[in-house]
Structure formats: C-alpha cells, structure tokens
Design a protein around this ligand. Structure first.
Ligand SMILES: Cc1cc2nc3c(=O)[nH]c(=O)nc-3n(C[C@H](O)[C@H](O)[C@H](O)COP(=O)(O)OP(=O)(O)OC[C@H]3O[C@@H](n4cnc5c(N)ncnc54)[C@H](O)[C@@H]3O)c2cc1C
Length: 421
C-alpha cells in the first residue's frame, strides 16, 4: 500500500539548491535520486564568489539598484547590463522588478527573508556535522570604498538586517589595508560571515548524498513531470522514466521550463555573472568586496577568485571575454599585489532572478511536485536552509511558516503586505 508521506523523491538539478534538498530529504529517510542534464555544479553554483552572508542577502529590487540599472543601460562597459536580445519574459521581469524597486517593498522583502537568514548558518553546521567535509570558514567580509563613495547605503542595509536580528556587526575604518590599493579610503568590516570554495563544497555535498545511498545521475535532461502508473513520473530525453512519490525542481535559471506548466508563473530571469582567478603575491585571507564596481573576491586555492557583472540576458548567453576584461579592468587600480597577466578559470553562470527578489520554495499545482530556486544573488547562502525547510515540509506534510512568502504560485508582481511582521 502506498504510504501517505513520500518515500522515493526525485530532485531535478544538481546545483547547491538541489543537492541541499537531496541531503536534507535523506535526513528524513527519503530514498533520493538527483537528475542533472550535465552534472554536479553545471549551473551557477560552481564559479560564484562563495559568500555565505545572511547579513547582506537582501532582495535585489530597490531604488538604488534600479537607478544603477538605468545608468548601466546608458554606459558601455557597465557592470550592470541588459542584452539587446530581450524576450517577452524579460520584459515581464523588468516591469515587475521596477514595480518592486521601492523602499517599502524592499523592507517587506527583508522581513520575508529574515527567517531564512536566521537558519542559514545552522543549516551549514548541520551539513558539516552530518559528514559533508567542506571548508566553510568564518571570516570578516571587508568592503572597500574609494574617495567620494559613501558607506551610507551599505550601513543602512546592515542596520536594517541587524534590526531584523541578523548576525553581522560591523565597524568602519579609514586608511590603507592590503589587498586594497591606496585608492580605497574606507573599509567596512562585516563580522561573523562565512565563505566557501563553491566547487569543493558541491563535490563534498554530492559525495555525502551518494554515501548515504542517494543516486546522482549525470546527463539526464528532464523534459516533463506528470502522473504515471503508480505515482509521479519524471520523463527525460532519451532515458527511462523515473517514478517518484515526490519531485523537487531545482533547475536554477531554467526553472520555468519545467515549473511553468505546473502553475509557476513568476518569471525567472538569468542575471549572468563572470568569474576567474588571478595570481596574488601575498595570500589574501578574507573575502573582499568593491561595491563601487560591484566586484566580489574570495581566496581560492592560493589565488584570488574575482566575480562580477550582472547581465540580464537569455539563459543561453555565451561567454564573452570582453565582459571578464571589464571586471578585471575595473579592479586593477583598486587591488594591489595581483598578477593581472596570470588569469585562469574563466567562467560564466546565471543567477536565477525573480522580480520581487524572493526565492520560489514550495508546492506547485501538481500534487507532490515542489520547486526550490530563484535565489538570485544569494543561492549559495540560502541553499542549505532552503533544503532543510523544504525537506521538512515535504517529508512531514506540515507547511513551514517561514516558507509562506516564497510560495511559487504567488503573482510576484509585488511583495505581499501580509508577510510584513
Ligand atoms: C558571478 C556570480 C557570483 C555569485 N556569488 C554568490 C555568492 O557569493 N553567494 C551566494 O550566496 N550566491 C552567489 N551567487 C548566486 C548563486 O550562484 C546562485 O543563486 C546559485 O548557485 C543557484 O543555485 P541553484 O542550485 O538554484 O541553480 P544552479 O546552480 O544553476 O543549478 C541548476 C542545475 O539544474 C540543471 N538543470 C537545468 N535544467 C535541467 C533539466 N531540464 N533537467 C535536468 N537538469 C537540469 C543544470 O544543469 C544545473 O546543474 C553568484 C552567482 C554568480 C553568477
């Protein structure tokens, strides 16, 4: 007889979010199969900056971001850009993003995200205590400002996060500090944040899922999810169907391909970013961020990983060296001790952006099928806590209140007032 609660769960997508869901589903005793059309970390989860920063993981739409986006449209070589290949879905995203870019909606979004932020570090600790052999370091994030740049916007954001109970005290200092050059005049130090090397973290998470009896199938491109004989059926291109009691769609920026037919109407837009690593004379010991040029850097295997650019474009946007050059040129005068001729590991990845800046976590219209994604700039930060809460919701059948604002079936044109606490 079929049990009321699921036993066999298929997760589609082996990025940070899908693997976290798989791992926490196993905590509840589920028998898990992860399907990915390429392999572990084939999407945005591989080459990102690896910041785990609940104190700063705010909704993207807000007035200053909107102004910067408009300026970016008018400035060639800007870190924010919109591709000329604009689809109807992109226009819907931009219209919704504009509507959500008000101070009041940003604050509502912050309130909605606060409970996720509270659980973030604990969820990482759960993974590590449960055998995921990843190096998730606690460090201070240092944020550099040049003369003429103001720290006020950042301090406003950090104070708002602190008022909502997020960990992350900060202090501001003046004067020179490596690796910043003499152009950087003020540094905001945000304490108690965490950083990881995304590739090794994903490998460790995938290893742990396998060791606990899960299967990860590479090269399995899912084309649809529906009902079949005896339960849910996940169909792949060219492979046998997979049967399941529950399914989690965690396909990053490609989420609409499978989720839209299941009632998820919120547009998910690709915000492409670039990264590479550069050689450094002296090891850099903490993560550093340059908000003026929107470039995030993290120590990576004795080198420095450099990430930047937000290009609104279709998911299949090809790698463009000129964009990476823009990133490197923008930080050249601001970082000392890097060898700009020794650049490796060029990478492009797409942040899954939603118009209200909130993720999509929960049920679809098809009974037993759930989505987990749309975390935008902060999918590494929020992946484990997403997996933990969604797994509990699926495996106990009891809704988690923290997930209510992230209902995938919401309209997403505005953040609903009912979530303001
Ligand atoms: C430059 C850059 C820097 C970033 N820095 C940070 C940071 O410092 N901190 C932070 O928190 N976040 C950061 N992010 C955001 C973060 O990388 C993303 O939010 C996160 O990786 C999204 O994870 P995901 O698992 O939802 O999607 P993905 O990692 O994109 O995974 C989706 C997976 O689904 C698979 N897939 C898609 N369609 C199908 C299908 N039909 N069938 C089977 N498989 C399919 C893909 O192959 C892919 O492996 C950054 C992003 C970028 C681009």
């Amino acid at each position: 007889m079929k049990s009321a609660l699921p036993q066999r769960v298929v997760v589609v997508g082996a990025g940070a979010v899908g693997l976290s869901c798989a791992w926490f589903l196993q905590e509840h005793g589920a028998d898990v199969t992860v399907l990915d059309r390429s392999g572990v970390g084939a999407g945005a989860s591989w080459g990102n900056a690896g910041y785990v920063i609940p104190a700063m993981a705010a909704p993207l739409p807000e007035p200053a971001m909107l102004r910067a986006g408009v300026r970016g449209l008018l400035t060639p070589g800007s870190p924010l850009a919109v591709s000329p290949r604009v689809s109807a879905a992109t226009l819907a995203f931009l219209a919704g993003f504009t509507r959500n870019s008000t101070g009041a909606r940003w604050r509502r979004g912050m309130s909605a995200l606060a409970p996720l932020g509270h659980g973030t570090i604990r969820a990482f600790d759960d993974l590590i205590a449960g055998g995921v052999t990843a190096d998730v370091r606690e460090e201070t994030l240092r944020i550099g400002f040049t003369a003429g740049e103001s720290t006020a916007g950042l301090e406003h954001e950090l104070n708002a996060a602190r008022d909502l109970g997020q960990q992350g005290g900060y202090r501001t200092t003046a004067g020179h500090e490596a690796p910043f050059s003499h152009h950087v005049k003020q540094i905001v130090h945000v304490e108690g944040q965490r950083f990881l090397a995304p590739g090794p973290f994903l490998d460790a998470l995938a290893d742990s899922v396998r060791k606990r009896g899960g299967e990860i199938v590479d090269g399995a491109q899912v084309r649809s999810v529906g009902f079949g004989p005896g339960g849910l059926q996940v169909d792949t291109w060219g492979g046998a169907p997979h049967r399941a009691d529950a399914v989690v769609l965690a396909t990053g920026t490609w989420l609409p391909e499978l989720a839209r037919p299941l009632g998820v109407r919120v547009p998910v837009q690709s915000g492409h970013g670039y990264s590479c690593t550069v050689a450094v004379e002296e090891p850099v010991t903490s993560a550093v961020y340059l908000p003026g040029v929107r470039v995030a850097m993290t120590p990576y295997g004795g080198r420095l990983r450099v990430t930047g650019i937000m290009e609104i474009a279709p998911p299949d946007q090809p790698f463009d060296h000129r964009r990476l050059d823009t990133v490197l040129r923008s930080i050249h005068p601001l970082i000392d001790g890097a060898d700009w001729d020794d650049v490796r590991d060029p990478w492009i990845g797409a942040r899954p952006l939603t118009p209200d800046g909130l993720p999509l976590i929960g049920r679809t219209k098809l009974d037993g099928v759930h989505v987990a994604g749309g975390h935008g700039m902060y999918g590494m930060t929020y992946a484990p806590v997403t997996g933990k809460l969604l797994a509990e919701q699926i495996m106990t059948g009891t809704g988690r209140r923290e997930l209510t604002p992230f209902d995938p079936l919401r309209s997403a044109q505005v953040v609903s007032r009912k979530f303001v606490r």
